[in-house]
Design a protein around this ligand. Sequence first.
Ligand code: DX5
Ligand code: ZN
Length: 218
Amino acid sequence: MAYIAPSLLSANFANLYNEIKEIEKGGADYLHLDVMDGNFVPNITFGPPLIKDLRKITSIPFDVHLMIDKPERYIKDFVDAGADILTVHAEATTHLHRTIQEIKSYGIKAGVSLNPASPLSLIEYVLDDLDLILIMTVNPGFGGQSFINSMIDKILKTRKMIDEKDLSILLEIDGGVKLDNALQLSNLGVDILVAGSAIFEANDIRKRTQDFKDLFVK
Ligand code: DX5
Ligand code: ZN
């Protein structure tokens, strides 16, 4: 079983209301919101104002993925906008421990993400404070890229690290998740699967969301 988090990055931004209603009806567990600054990653998306407006039209939990340099500058803005989970990149902040503490001080879940090339050791000493680990399975910045196969070993190692310490950290993966690999990936011990293009580029967004959910109906 894994939760499904459609990534808004691949949605039609002129039709956000309707597309969010479709993933809700399809049973999506989270809405994954990719914030990019054109600096940490070579793409620009949106910031707190859009998230604040979306918060008014849906109660689905917001899984906010910050791909921005020095995310500590904007933690409160994203909390106020309505984030339920706020994930920062370990590579983007010099004082990761402090940044995590700040997120948690606002009473929401704190996540840390790692780029494909980044070692798990970057988060070894913050594990006790984490609610979520986001393993990037593509290089962040764009939707529609192919899953990097060497990340399977990293996912397994992350699962092992969490279980060995008996922690209740959610393990999420992001990038290249499709209907035909989702079950296999969840069987590695993944709790949340992010899927952008696989959901929002489908002709029937609601049905595609349901198809993902149905993979886990025994
Ligand atoms: C990429 C983003 C992803 C993206 C995934 O930097 O973090 O959330 O939307 O897109 P797909 O599912 O199309 O690989
Ligand atoms: Zn993402």
